[in-house]
Design a protein. Structure first.
Length: 161
């Protein structure tokens, strides 16, 4: 989920994953709206007792999401203090009732680290990022690591003379 989104409100009891799930919001005046709740969504935004004036905003801000863990790595911030951070945490998000011309299809969002994100990735965009990360991993493994080993050996040799 992006830093600008808030987590959806969760229901009291966790439901097993089903394809026929729905969310329901009931207002204080008894009006009820409901919609499709994807099987992959981690939270049910259903609520009761919502003020009628808040209903439109609540539905427009609805976010169905599921998260995937990143990798834990030591990361320095502004060159000071190394801290254990999660990098490349990913979520699938759908904002089915957001306004605007864009389709309301689920997208992937990757939190690189901290407040740095890759947003609104389509399946092909996600594949492109994966290809770029594999290329970077190959560069680290195949070129940079051997050069680092050589540089360290050279350094140690020069220090001993």
């Amino acid at each position: 989920m992006s830093s600008s989104m808030t987590e959806p409100r969760t229901s009291e009891a966790a439901e097993p994953l089903r394809r026929d799930r729905t969310w329901t919001i009931t207002t204080t005046c008894g009006c009820t709206v409901s919609g499709y709740l994807p099987a992959w969504a981690e939270a049910d935004p259903s609520e009761t007792g919502v003020l009628l004036d808040e209903l439109t905003t609540l539905v427009a801000d609805m976010n169905h999401w599921t998260g995937f863990p990143g990798q834990r790595m030591a990361v320095a911030h502004h060159g000071v203090e190394t801290e254990d951070s999660e990098v490349f945490r990913t979520s699938i998000d759908a904002n089915p009732y957001v306004g605007g011309p864009l389709p309301r299809l689920p997208v992937a969002n990757i939190r690189i680290v901290g407040d740095y994100w890759l947003h609104s990735l389509t399946p092909s965009g996600l594949a492109e990022i994966a290809t770029q990360l594999r290329a970077q991993a190959a560069l680290l493994d195949d070129e940079i690591r051997p050069q680092l080993i050589s540089a360290r050996e050279d350094w140690l040799t020069q220090q001993q003379t």
